[in-house]
Structures are given as structure tokens and as C-alpha cells.
Design a binder for this molecule. Structure first.
Ligand SMILES: C[S@@+](CC[C@H](N)C(=O)[O-])C[C@H]1O[C@@H](n2cnc3c(N)ncnc32)[C@H](O)[C@@H]1O
Length: 187
């Protein structure tokens, strides 16, 4: 299989999440990332997962049950911009964002630039040192380019002494493929 944004994100997450870690899936969707994170953190870890759609919660719950992994996870029906209501510690190893809309559902319910930025800011607060944020950002199509521009502008201005930011894009592929952004908290 050719490398794509999902494989880039998974490799980055796998490099940075180990058994026993506490992590966040900021956009649960149909549970692919929640399941992947649950496999990585194992029986001693924990996952907080957010989505604003009940359909996403149910799909994710079913996905975990099918895989016998519906434990050590809190599925939260709320926006990721409110994550500080639920997460009071600052020992999170990894926060995963996969922006956009729920596949096979309404394209009108999607992540929005202002709440996405608030959620990234709050994620950085709860990360431990050397913790990471993985961002898959879509462009063009239904969601347009606005969210991508706003997110790129935000991460570009993060203090380089505190955070390392790496942006990956498939430069010679057509149709505006999603980009991947890695953030590493350095101090
Ligand atoms: C592309 S999907 C995520 C895919 C998912 N990570 C997976 O593995 O299947 C984006 C999700 O973000 C959710 N979403 C939109 N706004 C949100 C918000 N403010 N907080 C949390 N989730 C949100 C949508 O409902 C949708 O399910």
C-alpha cells in the first residue's frame, strides 16, 4: 500500500505511545483511531475520546466491543474544545485529531476552525513533556481550505523553544490530499 496521511499519522502515533500511557482521541468518528490507541496503551493505559455525534459514540463503542477492548476508555459526547472539563491532569502522551466530518454521515456536521484551534491549545496544556499531537487536516472538497489555513497559521506561531512542529504534505499528488502535522512538546 502507498504511504498516505493515515499511515503517516499511525507511524507517528506508534512511535510515541506505549503501554500504560494516557491518551486522547479528539475526533472519535467511527473509532479507527480510538481502537488503534486502545491497542497501543494496553490494559494499563487509558483513552479519553470525544465526538459531538451520538452516531460516532455508538460506532466507536461497537468497534471496541467487537475487538474485546471496551475498557480503559471514556467515550465523551462533547466537543474537543471542552476537553479541559474532563481532563485535569497534564500527563497525556498523545492527542490525535482527524478533522472533517463523520464518514457516511452528514457533511454539514464537521470540525470548525475556531473550536479546532481552541482544542489544539487545550491539548498542548494537558500534554506531558515529549508528548505529541497528531493532526490530519483535510483541504478542498466540502470543508474547503479555511480550516487548513487557520491551523497552519496557528502551529507556525507556536514558540519554537517549547514545541517542534513538522508539516508533511504529498506535494506531487492531485486533488488536495490531506496534510499531516506533528507537534512535539519539548519543555
Ligand atoms: C474524520 S472524522 C474522525 C475519524 C475518526 N478518527 C476515525 O478513526 O474513524 C471527524 C469527526 O470529528 C467530529 N467532530 C466535529 N466537530 C467536533 C468537535 N468540536 N469535537 C469533537 N469531535 C468533533 C465529527 O463528528 C466526526 O465524527
Amino acid at each position: 500500500m502507498k504511504i498516505n496521511t493515515t499511515t503517516l499519522a499511525k507511524d507517528f502515533i506508534k512511535e510515541n505511545v506505549k503501554s500504560g500511557d494516557i491518551v486522547i482521541d479528539a475526533t472519535m468518528g467511527r473509532g479507527n483511531d480510538t481502537l488503534f490507541l486502545r491497542q497501543l496503551v494496553g490494559e494499563k493505559g487509558f483513552i479519553y475520546a470525544f465526538d459531538i455525534q451520538e452516531e460516532a459514540l455508538q460506532a466507536t463503542k461497537n468497534r471496541l466491543i467487537e475487538n474485546n477492548l471496551y475498557n480503559n476508555v471514556s467515550l465523551i459526547l462533547d466537543g474537543h474544545q471542552n476537553l479541559d472539563k474532563y481532563i485535569k491532569q497534564n500527563n497525556i502522551s498523545c492527542v490525535v485529531f482527524n478533522f472533517g466530518y463523520l464518514p457516511r454521515a452528514s457533511h454539514n456536521i464537521a470540525t470548525k476552525p475556531d473550536t479546532s484551534i481552541l482544542a489544539i491549545e487545550k491539548s498542548l496544556q494537558v500534554l506531558k513533556v515529549k508528548g505529541v499531537v497528531s493532526l490530519c487536516v483535510y483541504q478542498g472538497g466540502d470543508t474547503g481550505f479555511e480550516e487548513k489555513e487557520v491551523i497552519l497559521n496557528f502551529v507556525k506561531n507556536l514558540d519554537c523553544n517549547k514545541y517542534t512542529v513538522i508539516v508533511s504534505e504529498f506535494f506531487n499528488r492531485p486533488n488536495y490530499p490531506p496534510i499531516h502535522i506533528k507537534i512535539i512538546k519539548e519543555i
